[in-house]
Design a protein around this ligand. Structure first.
Ligand code: NAP
Length: 301
């Protein structure tokens, strides 16, 4: 069995690393905030002092941190993976970051004789914990075949979509659809509310029909309960939309809907709501509409 290194124990990484340990992989961990690793160490994972030390002990090194610069730091930085990685090792970055930066990182690793896959994910914290993520993979056929058993512990649909950077392009495509769904859900809930129907029953009715979506099923009830705990934070959602706008600009494609939603999220960030879940998008529309969506309890906040 390959030795697996894991870097980044946030909302996603925690569940994903646990899946690997439960599947019997020998896992070496590093996280910037060391305390987050404690429960996984109790379950048998080994702590390493830096990303570099993780790489030195591992055949396959997984990273899942926040943004492009954070991946650059844990891979290319002073105590990064690049300085410990062995020739023949495989780095799998599962964060959502810039497709262009991904190709540059892959080139750095290639000079050390190591390969890279970009394998960003979709499916939220629920998918990470249950091993049901969708994983979009960019890289060579050979490296994807090598990674597949490891990826299968974390995801139920693993799609090889092209060379280095292609996984990130498809993830950004995913985000265009996700935020479009989210905005549509928020508009629809406000419309139902103002029209005087029971919003919870309306949600039940449309969830099972053609309007059904992951967003409606998983985040609709949170809006009805005014539960803003994040599966995916507004900060990270906004980061992904910035990546979409940059990438669309580079290839010359208009993305008016995504640009509009980017601005709505900006209003929430400026109100200090960046750590709330991305479904709190409804608060931007509520501010425009002048009223709030209420669940069946009638409570609103
Ligand atoms: P999160 O809960 O905010 O965790 C971020 C993780 O990255 C933490 O482990 C954090 O370390 C680490 N980190 C950030 N900057 C770092 C740096 N400069 N150096 C070292 N470590 C750093 O985020 P998340 O929700 O798990 O998301 C992680 C990635 O997955 C993001 O790219 C996100 O876009 C993507 N993603 C998330 C979801 C979702 O639903 N949450 C879904 C699909 C994809 P600390 O613990 O020290 O803060």
């Amino acid at each position: 069995m390959e030795q697996v290194g894991f870097i980044g124990l946030g909302i996603m990484g925690m569940g994903m690393a646990r899946r690997l340990i439960d599947a019997g992989y020998p896992v070496t961990l590093w996280n910037r905030t060391a305390s987050r690793a404690e429960t996984l160490i109790e379950q048998g994972a080994i702590w390493a002092e830096s990303p570099r030390a993780v790489a030195a002990r591992s055949d396959i090194i997984i990273t899942i941190v926040s943004d492009t610069r954070d991946v650059e730091e844990v891979i290319l930085g002073e105590s990064g993976v690049l300085h410990g990685v062995r020739a023949g090792s495989l780095v799998i970055d599962m964060s959502t970051i810039s497709p262009v930066a991904t190709q540059a990182i892959a080139a750095h690793l290639a000079r050390q004789g190591a390969a890279m896959l970009d394998a960003p994910v979709s499916g939220g914290s629920e998918g990470a914990a249950m091993g049901t993520l969708s994983i979009m993979v960019g890289g060579s056929d050979e490296d994807v075949a090598r990674a597949r058993p490891v990826l299968e512990t974390m995801g139920k649909r693993i799609t090889h979509v092209g060379g280095n950077g292609a996984g990130q392009v498809v993830k950004l495509m995913n985000q265009i659809v996700v935020v479009g769904n989210c905005l549509a859900m928020c508009e629809a809930l406000l419309f139902a509310q103002k029209s005087g129907v029971d919003v919870r029953r309306a949600w039940e009715a449309i969830s099972a029909g053609a309007a059904g979506s992951w967003m409606l099923t998983n985040r609709g009830p949170q809006i009805l309960e005014r539960d803003w705990r994040p599966g995916f934070t507004i900060e990270l959602q906004q980061k992904d939309l910035r990546l979409v706008l940059e990438a669309a600009d580079q290839v010359g494609v208009p993305v008016p809907n995504t640009a509009h939603i980017f601005q709505l999220y900006r209003t929430l960030q400026e109100r200090g709501l960046g750590r709330e879940g991305n479904h709190a998008l409804v608060k931007a529309l509520e501010a425009l509409a002048g009223f709030q969506v209420q669940g069946s309890s009638g409570e609103a906040s």
